[in-house]
Ligand binder design. Structure first.
Ligand SMILES: *[C@@H]1O[C@H](CO)[C@@H](O)[C@H](O)[C@H]1NC(C)=O
Ligand SMILES: *[C@@H]1O[C@H](CO)[C@@H](O)[C@H](O)[C@H]1NC(C)=O
Ligand SMILES: *[C@@H]1O[C@H](CO)[C@@H](O)[C@H](O)[C@H]1NC(C)=O
Ligand SMILES: *[C@@H]1O[C@H](CO)[C@@H](O)[C@H](O)[C@H]1NC(C)=O
Ligand SMILES: *[C@@H]1O[C@H](CO)[C@@H](O)[C@H](O)[C@H]1NC(C)=O
Length: 302
C-alpha cells in the first residue's frame, strides 16, 4: 500500500527564507558559544540540506531541498544514504521573479498519486518573491509540469492585492482541514510574518485571487524586523500545529552570530481549527509574538 506523510523531523530542520541583511548585531564571543545537552542532535544523513522536505511514498523517503531546479533524493532509511533522483524543474521556473534557477524551500504533497511541489523564488533581503507549483505523477526523475505562480509579492500579477501588499511570498507549506479535506497554503515571510490562504480544489491556485480569505498565523508586534518564516503545519489528535522559524537567519560568520535570545530557533503553536488563532504552551497568541521553542522535550507539547 502506498502511504505518504510528512515527517515531524521536517519541521525540526525546515529552516528557510529571506531576510533583510541590515541587522547590526555585535555579540561578544562569550555570548556566541554555548554548550547544551538539551537540543536534539541533527540527522546524520549524508546530505547537507537547506530547507528540506521529506515525503514517504512506496516504502521510500523522498527528500526535496532548495537548490538548482529543486533537487530531490531517495533513500530507504530517513538516515540515508540518499541518492539523487533528479530535479523538479528541468530549467528555470516559468515565473519571471526572484532567482528563477535556484528556488528555495520546496514543500511536496501528494493526492491520489499526483505530487504537488510548491517552491519559492526570491532573493535575499527582498520581498519581490513568488510561490510556484509543479506537479508530477512519478518520482523517478521524469519531468514535472511547472504550473507557474500561485502567489506573488512585490511585483507581478496579484501582488497589489492584500495581504500580498505587505507580506513576502516565500516558504510555502500546506495543510488540509481534517474534517473537510480543504487545502490551504501557508507562507511567509519576514515581512509581516506568516499567513494562510485557501487553495482551489485543484491545489494549483488560490481562491478568490482578487480578495483572498487570508488569515495571519504569526506576527511579532512592536519591532522593525519581524523574523518569522519557514512554516510547516501538521495535524494531530484534534489540533493543528504550526511550526516556524524565529530569529535571525543566515549570512553571519562566527563573530557575527546574533545575541542570545535572537538566534534562529524553531517554535510551535497550536489551534483546534486550521485557521487559528494559534497559541503557544503558555496560551500566548502567535499573533502576539508567542511560540513555544522546540527542545528535546518537544514531544511533551503534543
Ligand atoms: C536506519 O539507519 C539508522 C542509522 O544508521 C539505523 O540505526 C536503523 O537501524 C536504520 N533503520 C532501518 C529500518 O534500516
Ligand atoms: C541564483 O542563485 C544562485 C545560487 O545562489 C547563484 O549562483 C545565481 O547566480 C543566481 N542567479 C541569479 C540570476 O541571480
Ligand atoms: C484517482 O486517480 C485515478 C487514476 O487516475 C482516477 O481514476 C480516480 O478517479 C482518482 N480519484 C479521485 C478521488 O480523484
Ligand atoms: C492574473 O491573475 C488572475 C487571477 O489569478 C488571472 O485570472 C489572470 O489570468 C492573470 N493574468 C495574467 C496576465 O497572468
Ligand atoms: C484526518 O486525520 C487522520 C489522522 O491523521 C487522517 O488519517 C485522515 O486522512 C485525515 N483526514 C483528512 C480529510 O485529511
Amino acid at each position: 500500500m502506498h502511504l505518504l506523510f510528512l515527517l515531524p523531523i521536517t519541521a525540526l530542520v525546515a529552516l528557510a527564507g529571506a531576510r533583510p541583511a541590515s541587522q547590526s548585531l555585535t555579540p561578544t564571543l562569550s555570548q556566541v558559544y554555548e554548550t547544551t545537552d538539551t537540543i536534539p542532535l541533527p540527522n546524520v544523513g549524508n546530505l547537507q540540506v537547506h530547507d528540506p522536505n521529506v515525503v514517504f511514498w512506496d516504502d521510500h523517503y523522498y527528500l526535496f531541498k532548495g537548490g538548482w531546479h529543486v533537487p530531490y533524493f531517495k533513500a530507504a532509511n530517513v538516515s540515508g544514504p540518499w541518492t539523487q533522483v533528479g530535479t523538479v524543474l528541468d530549467g528555470e521556473s516559468i515565473i519571471h521573479q526572484g532567482n528563477r534557477s535556484r528556488p528555495w524551500a520546496p514543500t511536496t504533497v501528494e493526492r491520489n498519486g499526483t505530487f504537488y511541489c510548491y517552491y519559492t523564488l526570491s532573493t535575499h533581503g527582498s520581498r519581490n518573491s513568488a510561490i510556484g507549483v509543479a506537479t508530477s505523477t512519478k518520482l523517478d526523475g521524469s519531468p514535472w509540469k511547472d504550473h507557474g505562480a500561485v502567489i506573488r509579492t512585490g511585483e507581478g500579477n496579484g501582488s497589489d492585492v492584500w495581504p500580498f501588499t505587505i507580506s513576502n511570498a516565500i516558504d510555502a507549506s500546506f495543510i488540509r482541514d481534517n474534517a473537510t479535506g480543504k487545502a490551504y497554503l501557508n507562507y511567509g515571510s519576514y515581512w509581516h510574518d506568516i499567513w494562510q490562504i485557501p487553495l482551489t480544489d485543484d491545489w494549483l491556485s488560490i481562491e478568490n485571487p482578487a480578495k483572498p480569505d487570508a488569515v495571519q498565523l504569526s506576527f511579532i508586534p512592536g519591532q522593525t524586523f519581524r523574523p518569522e518564516e519557514g512554516s510547516w503545519m501538521s495535524y494531530h489528535d484534534g489540533y493543528y500545529y504550526v511550526w516556524f522559524s524565529h530569529g535571525k537567519c543566515c549570512s553571519f560568520d562566527v563573530r557575527g552570530f546574533p545575541v542570545r535570545g535572537d538566534e534562529y530557533n524553531i517554535r510551535v503553536g497550536r489551534s483546534r481549527t486550521v485557521r487559528g488563532p494559534f497559541v503557544d504552551r503558555d496560551g500566548k497568541l502567535l499573533l502576539d509574538g508567542g511560540g513555544t521553542i522546540v527542545k528535546r522535550n518537544w514531544a511533551t507539547i503534543i
